[in-house]
Design a protein around this ligand. Structure first.
Ligand SMILES: [Zn+2]
Length: 239
């Protein structure tokens, strides 16, 4: 396989990696690890939307109540445009989509965005984790308020926020308002309903790589790296 050149036409040859998986499956963690290895840009739907909410943009004001209920904001009416703008701002030859596509509508839209920019989907990772484990994980999840890295609290631990963020050193943490059990169950139901057709679609295309999301983070990481190395000679070797 030939190396991709630093293409003058912005997105030609861009390798795009999808991470599918329910909330709490660890896809965000894996996506972040991958950015460090191959210098990929991360286009995270959750991050993107939370940022809009935090900055109180027009979009943010509209989607805040929707997110707090555990529902999905309308892609067609306002999210699509923000997503496409973010994609066009990226310069790197590796891009990870985390949390997009989530529905068939998004899948069609995102695929046409990719095709029209002459980029390609290299791999679609699907992290599988049983619902009960997800619920347990999500109830204990908290995040770094400054960089967004996620952490798990042990149920026995009461002072979970005393250790600084391993990623950026910040000592401010927050728990997402949508990480509460009832909301979590609703999100998982919604997720399971909408994800089936996407999994089938990428399976047929030969792009889907199912990963057991219960494995330790480093083992999942190794499976992902190996898959990408097989598919692209320009994927960096890890020492
Ligand atoms: Zn941090």
């Amino acid at each position: 396989m030939k190396e991709h050149q630093n293409a003058a036409s912005a997105h030609q040859g861009m390798n795009i990696i999808f991470f599918l998986g329910p909330p709490g499956s660890g896809k965000g963690t894996q996506a972040r690890l991958l950015t460090k290895v191959c210098g990929a840009s991360l286009l995270g739907m959750g991050d993107l939307l939370r940022q809009e909410v935090q900055e109180k943009t027009a979009l943010g004001q509209k989607i805040k109540p929707v997110l707090e209920e555990g529902a999905l904001p309308s892609w067609k009416h306002f999210v699509r445009e923000v997503f496409e703008k973010q994609l066009d701002a990226l310069k790197s030859s590796w891009v990870i989509f985390d949390g997009v596509p989530r529905t068939e509508e998004q899948m069609m839209d995102v695929e046409s965005m990719i095709a029209s920019r002459k980029a390609r989907i290299l791999s679609v990772f699907f992290l599988e984790v049983p619902d009960e484990i997800l619920i347990h994980r999500l109830v204990g999840r908290y995040q770094c308020a400054s960089c967004g890295a996620s952490y798990m609290r042990n149920i026995e631990e009461s002072d979970f926020q005393d250790v600084p963020c391993a990623n950026c050193g910040s000592q401010k943490f927050s728990q997402r308002p949508d990480d509460q059990e009832e909301v979590i169950r609703k999100r998982l139901r919604l997720y399971n309903e909408t994800m089936g057709p996407l999994v089938t679609h990428y399976q047929k295309k030969g792009l889907l790589k199912k990963v057991d999301g219960i494995l330790p983070i480093s083992e999942i990481q190794a499976l992902i790296f190996n898959d990408l190395k097989e598919k692209s000679a320009s994927f960096p070797s890890i020492s």
